[in-house]
Design a protein around this ligand. Sequence first.
Ligand code: SF4
Length: 445
Amino acid sequence: MALTGIQIFKLLPKTNCKECGVPTCLAFAMNLASGKAELDSCPYVSDEAREKLSEASAPPIRPVVVGKGVRKATTGGETVQYRHEKTFYNPTLMAAQIGSDIAAADLESKLKGWNALQFERVGLNLRPELVAVKDVDGNADAFAAAAKQVAETSEFNLILMTEDAEVMKAGVAACAFKRPLMYAATEATADAFGAIAKDNDLPLAIKAESIDGLTALSEKLTGMGLKDLVLDPGSRDPKQSNEDMIAIRRAALKDGNRAVGFPTIALPCEMASNLDTETMLAAMYVAKYGGIVVLSDFAGESLFPLLLERLNIFTDPQRPMTVTEGIYPVNNPDENSRVLVTTNFALTYFIVSGEIEASKVPTWLLIKDSEGLSVLTAWAAGKFAGDDVGMFVKKSGITDKIKHQELVIPGYAAAIVGDVEEELPGWTITVGPREAAHIPGFLRA
Ligand code: SF4
């Protein structure tokens, strides 16, 4: 059971030295109790106190690592109910399901297609993480063969889905080296599945018909020494499932109920008859509070918006996303290509570079560090002043790449044109469009 702030306070040094970033040990204790601080921030906690505090300082929802290799990912580890309270940490993992009776050639082709679904956005590679192999006929050999093929021939990590312990054993034997998630132990199979998960040190999903049933199952399995659980409350009606997800998060965070302090798994693939509806449900779980979402397939038009939603939800709202200051060539520019400059707010970069790309006009895009502010805000805050922009252009190295002296500044920063001209004598400074949507027309003209 989690400790209260006062109980934590009694274990702290009580020197109020402020090194943890708050004025008093009591304030630090309160933050620790509510998951807003980390124990390591206080360098003076004794080993004895550290041991006692480890439970209190652990995230109320345990982080669970699934998989190995480049697509290894963590789910759970969340500390707040609402993103604006702090941030959400570990993005919802995306899985697509295959049946264990799939032909090897079909699976090869699916994996190839799914592997190609990778999207570059704001300097990040957005892609799904998991393939869920579902036992369709109790054939352990076929199940193991499909799991082995996914594990050995792709970057994807796995969810092994069967209710038969013997089939699960075969699947685990084929791909344990990739740390698959076992799905799912029920009341009837808890002992057998728990033993396999413990012997192989694997994360285990548990499934019950209600949250109460889930709590009992979780207590039983943690009593067996299992730590990495994933919860499926069993509801397949979207409204009930949504309510269950919220109730689980609330019970873990607000009531300190450790029995449900684990990430969840949601299965839109079992709740809808087409990928469009599954995608809508998945979007709901990305927002609230699916740790893992299993779809019946990956398709670009479904996956891409989900990955973008995930990116938006799981970024820190208190820290603007930024891109690195520098020169970004778009559409293979040369020494005669135009030069545009804008701020390093990731969304600004994403929209502006996208519009330039769409114009097909070779262009140099200069990104100036504006502490992640958009153009108008950066200008108003003095982070995109004319002399700064001029100096940045000089030191950026763009003059080595072009043989003209023409620069386009954003329309919203038109007021800085005089200062830029002063800093860049001999240059022609043009005020570009205010709206990014007008950039293609501007460039073509
Ligand atoms: Fe107290 Fe530790 Fe914070 Fe210092 S760093 S104020 S001792 S909690």
